[in-house]
Design a protein around this ligand. Sequence first.
Ligand code: F6P
Length: 323
Amino acid sequence: LQKIGVFTSGGDAPGMNAAVRAVTRAALANKLKVVGIRRGYQGMIEGDFIPLKSNDVSGILQLGGTMLKTARSAEFRTPEGREKAYKQLKKAEIDAVVVIGGDGSFTGALVMSQEYDFPFIGIPGTIDNDIYGTDYTIGYDTALNTVVQAVDKIKDTARSHGRIFFVEVMGREAGLLALNSGIACGAEVILIPEAKGDHDQLNKFLEKGYKSKETSGIIMVAEGDEAGGAIQIAERVRKEHPDLDVRVSILGHIQRGGSPTAKDRVNATKMGVAAVDALLDDQKSIMIGLDNEKIVHVPFNKAVKLNHSIDTNLMDIQKLLNT
Ligand code: F6P
């Protein structure tokens, strides 16, 4: 092993830069050469490579986004795209790569490593925290805090006007961000795809509030909720309860930006160093995960196929505190 590549892929997440820095410096410390692959798999296909020295990753630890840029590449999903990518890696004499991204990025790595026997090590980076085998993905903690800050502000105006706010939170098909931010903000109801029957709780809250004239509240809605997004759910509630003052707030991409929290920086740094250790140890097709603060290795095929479980205890607590 002489030269490694590192890249970020899929949706950016705060803390990805900290991981790039850790991978680069840990590799250099082990006398490896490092190449940054820009724009994810698309940049790999196009040979958009830059050499990385220690100085190149100075001053990025605290920055959101990703200095290597990112992309969701449709071309890489084709065998022709992966062939081009493989040829570019060979041409640049890259022996192994570290991919920082979510399950789509690991699926790509798994497929390519099966086709070409090329070593990939994954670092989980997504605000959704939806990857099996790791307690945390890079960016989740920052996004969680961003959501909490935003909802605290919404609460001020919700209480002042006696309004019900449906706040839509990202997370794709996963409700972890909505559940944990809802708990942290004292949301009256949390609607997540993993919980069936949580709409009964919404109906009860609306009935109770309507009768007692206590009509302010925060309803957290995971964007992947089966009943639709916040707009659709609010529309239904407006029809059923025309006297309630209902508003919708979709937090959107604000959740993906900002300076990473200390926790995301520390986790990204630990995982970056562990990824280089794994490569030096001749590992491949594994994701670096964190299990109770300890580094673990999770095979890609498990990380992408299984779901990150939801904390049902938290769901019970939320209901208990809002009966
Ligand atoms: O996976 C991260 C994420 O922010 C999801 O929460 C969201 O569904 C998706 O990416 C949005 O993707 P895009 O920025 O491509 O619209």
